[in-house]
Design a protein around this ligand. Structure first.
Ligand code: NAP
Length: 293
């Protein structure tokens, strides 16, 4: 029987530990970590995501400083807001929800965030620190992927890991984190030759492609751990849409040793890791050691 990696339970456990760390910070140091989530425009998916984040921030006992700007916001106005948040001591983490409207250069905005407050881990300083093996704020979804894999294997040292996808948001940082765990890492992408054969080498397979049920059961090494990052909306039988991952779950579950479901796998870990990053950032900014979580 394959083990279903229960992201809901694992993330709830992590959120509980973060809430405990927040409680200790408030009680012992009078510090309440705060995060500013900035949303430009009214993209429905982004709005839902931002609401979910703000609720989780409040539940963890932290301050949420939500900032909503109109779709037509000029780049200069957003940069001015970032400068204001960088200077605000109550704000320990800044997250600008992507994608941004086309008049705004996302790279410029990310680069304007104080790297110490960059709880999304997308600032070039944090990207470089992660790649250099230095302490860094690391992207939340990739961190969640590795935490889930480590619920199955206490150590990933020496394991063959294959990551499908090389985006800056998921694929590349997952690969860096797996390398930091001493896995032997292959990054596959749309130009990879014989992708099924590459995948069959993997003890740990991470799929971050954005194509529904793309990875088939016979691509998976028997007993492998499969982490499915994909979130794809497809038409359901009843006329309503449903969410599936990048892995054909029913087939893969016949072969894998452990697998994340979609939904209920990687997704819930992303927000839990964002909360963790915010507490870590608050501790670092106040000269305190990283929280015990
Ligand atoms: P992305 O920027 O579109 O990157 C997709 C990657 O997949 C690219 O590197 C691309 O290769 C590769 N790819 C596309 N078609 C391929 C093929 N036929 N064979 C092999 N590789 C192929 O997507 P992303 O932002 O990384 O997101 C990936 C998925 O994760 C999406 O479903 C997204 O919704 C989901 N996601 C989930 C969470 C979460 O919280 N669970 C967070 C973020 C993203 P090239 O580079 O060669 O084009």
């Amino acid at each position: 029987m394959t083990h279903i990696i229960d992201g809901k339970t694992i993330s709830a456990d992590l959120r509980g530990k973060v809430a405990d760390a927040v409680h200790r910070l408030r009680r012992d140091r009078g510090i309440v970590p705060g995060i500013a989530v900035v949303l430009v425009g009214e993209d429905p998916a982004s709005s839902v995501y931002v609401r979910t984040k703000s609720k989780a921030v409040a539940e963890a006992g932290m301050h949420a400083f939500d900032r909503k700007l109109p779709m037509t916001t000029p780049e200069a106005d957003l940069l001015a807001l970032i400068a204001e948040l960088n200077a605000d001591k109550a704000v320990n983490g800044i997250l600008v929800q992507l994608p941004l409207p086309k008049q705004i250069d996302a790279q410029k905005v990310i680069a304007a965030i104080d790297p110490a407050k960059d709880v999304d881990g997308f600032h070039p300083i944090n990207v470089g620190r992660l790649a250099s093996g230095l302490p860094a704020l690391v992207p939340c979804t990739p961190m969640g992927c590795v935490l889930l894999a480590k619920t199955v294997h206490a150590s990933l040292a020496g394991m063959e890991a294959v990551v499908i996808g090389r985006s800056n948001i998921v694929g590349k940082p997952v690969a860096q984190l797996l390398l930091a765990e001493n896995a032997t890492v292959t990054v596959a992408h749309s130009k990879t030759r014989d992708l099924p054969a590459v995948c069959r080498r993997a003890d740990v397979l991470v799929a971050a492609i954005g194509r529904p049920e793309f990875v088939r059961g016979d691509w998976i090494k028997p007993g492998a751990t499969v982490i499915d990052v994909g979130i794809n909306r497809v038409p359901g039988k009843d006329g309503k849409s449903r969410i599936v991952g990048d892995v054909a779950f029913a087939e893969a579950a016949q072969v894998a040793g452990a697998i994340t479901p979609v939904p209920g796998g990687v997704g819930p870990m992303t927000i839990a890791c964002l909360l963790l990053n915010t507490v870590r950032a608050a501790c670092a900014q106040n000269g305190l050691p990283a929280p015990q979580v």
